[in-house]
Design a protein around this ligand. Structure first.
Ligand code: FES
Length: 290
């Protein structure tokens, strides 16, 4: 829940596995019971990629899944793409090695109240590695009808399709090059799906019968947020911002969002992606060009 006091811990964890699941994309499982038990979908961990000072800063990774039964939940998974030195070092780590992680961090997704009948139909939209936090979310929404839109550059880079299908979700694929699913961007398909969604309930304080959760490149999220706001659909997006400290101390992850009370279209305030986010309501998102 937003506003809840976070218990963040810096823990030395054992790597249980670290394997390449698609060219350049890895999944790492960590033995981290405390973080696994306390994590919520949309939160992240800060990982120290090497034992030395190069790279100096930790790297942020969404919590991809937590695994284990009931009180024996103990595994945390992260899904990552090799995009620089830190992730390259991480990709060479082997099972049995230890690694330092800090978490759980940030504010996660808001789950619909379980008392809501009928439960809202849900659209999950993922662009590329943006799928990372959304499998954990889908697992928490298991009782709800979920439709997933997965966007990737090409068919070899489609991630987590099996995991979503296992949860009973209906999965639609888009690829930029048309090698699988619809050719084009996931936002094009999203636009069509959104138009087909049921109308809102109109009851104040109640969830609309549909909700959207998204993570991916910023331009994709801005586009989705804009469409949802215009259609008055509940939507939350998880921003993939660069982070240094991950705990609200360095101010390096400030993002411009719409102010709380301001009605002026072009007014904004700054929030920290690591502390106030990384999940934000769609109606707070503004384009970088504004
Ligand atoms: Fe340091 Fe957010 S990463 S304030």
């Amino acid at each position: 829940m937003k506003g809840e006091k976070f218990k963040v811990k810096d823990v030395k964890t054992k790597i249980l596995s670290n394997r390449e699941i698609a060219p350049g994309y890895f999944k790492m499982a960590l033995d981290a019971p405390y973080i696994a038990k306390n994590a919520r979908p949309g939160q992240f961990v800060q990982v120290r990629c090497s034992d030395g000072f190069d790279p100096f800063l930790r790297r942020p990774f969404s919590i991809h899944r937590v695994k284990g039964e009931g009180s024996r939940v103990k595994e945390v998974e992260i899904l990552y793409e090799i995009i620089g030195k830190g992730t390259e070092i991480l990709s060479r780590k082997k099972a049995g090695e230890t690694i330092d992680i800090l978490g759980p961090l940030g504010n996660g997704f808001t789950l619909p109240p379980s008392t809501l009948h009928p439960p809202p139909s849900t659209l999950i939209v993922a662009g590329g590695i943006g799928v990372a936090p959304l499998v954990f979310l889908a697992e928490k929404l298991a009782e709800i009808r979920i439709t997933v839109l997965l966007g990737a550059k090409t068919k070899k880079l489609i991630l987590c399709e099996k995991e979503f299908k296992k949860l009973g979700a209906k999965v639609h694929i888009t690829t930029d090059d048309g090698t699988r699913g619809c050719k084009g961007f996931v936002t094009d398909l999203f636009k069509k799906m959104l138009c087909a969604m049921p109308a809102l309930s109109g009851v104040e304080g109640r969830y609309a019968p549909c909700a959207v959760y998204a993570c991916g490149p910023r331009v994709m999220l801005e586009c989705i947020a804009d469409m949802c706001v215009k259609k008055d659909v509940e939507c939350e997006v998880s921003l993939e911002e660069k982070m240094a400290c991950g705990i609200g101390a360095c101010l390096g992850c400030a993002v411009r969002v719409k102010g709380e009370r301001s009605r002026a279209e072009d007014s904004y305030i700054y929030k920290l992606a690591c502390k106030d986010g990384p999940v934000f309501k769609a109606n707070k998102i503004i384009g970088r060009q504004v």
